[in-house]
Write a protein that binds this ligand. Structure first.
Ligand code: GDP
Ligand code: MG
Length: 188
């Protein structure tokens, strides 16, 4: 079995989308193994994002790619910033975003491949690029150009672990062992 950590971010909670989001994972046949609503502090939010250099680098690369694909010059907005510095900028916005209200933190379990399946249900990072049928595509509108100009995170309703290793790290970061259900749900 494989587990993924999923967060309904504060915008998803405030917009009343908890039920909608949970129901999509249930209907896919995944099992909830933990669920709690918490209002986290900045220190947990900082630990959640940007643990390795790759994450910072990827943020910068994704921004540059989006701007270039949409006929915008990333250097106009970001000047001489490196990809890593762009990642640091987004990390600060993410801390503000994740702490602006309560979050629903969950662990979902399914067969091997579950981390990837959940990312498919969630959709790509930018709601504007996320196809309909995905959570971010159906309920989000944000794009990086608008939100970068407003100096805030892209509001995309939900977080889901990107890899099995990320899931294992986030499981420890967000939950105590006794908060995670481990018995079989099957009726006898
Ligand atoms: P995720 O795994 O799909 O959530 O994406 P990342 O791990 O790359 O980024 C984490 C979070 O940072 C995203 O969910 C967004 O809320 C925010 N974010 C990512 N890229 C950008 C960006 O280019 N601009 C802004 N403003 N926020 C971003
Ligand atoms: Mg991520």
């Amino acid at each position: 079995m494989e587990q993924s950590v999923v967060l309904v971010k504060p915008d998803g909670v405030v917009r009343g989308l908890i039920g909608e989001i949970v129901s999509r994972f249930e209907k896919a046949g995944l099992r909830p193994m933990a669920m709690k609503m918490i209002w986290i502090d900045e220190s947990l939010a900082f630990k959640h994002y940007g643990v390795d250099d790759e994450w910072f680098e990827n943020i910068g690369q994704k921004i540059r790619q989006f701007y270039e694909e949409h006929g915008m010059d990333p250097n106009e907005e970001f000047g001489k910033m490196t990809n890593h510095q762009m990642g640091e900028m987004v990390q600060k916005w993410n801390v503000a975003y994740l702490t602006e209200g309560p979050v629903l933190a969950m662990i979902w379990e399914g067969p091997a491949g579950t981390v990837e399946i959940i990312r498919k249900i969630v959709g790509p990072t930018y709601p504007i690029s996320a196809p309909p049928g995905t959570i971010r595509g159906d309920f989000g509108l944000d794009s990086p150009d608008i939100t970068n100009a407003e100096k805030r995170s892209i509001h995309n309703l939900i977080h889901a672990s990107g890899t099995v290793e990320e899931a294992a790290r986030e499981r420890q970061l967000w939950f105590k062992e006794n908060e995670i259900y481990s018995k079989e749900f099957e009726k006898k």
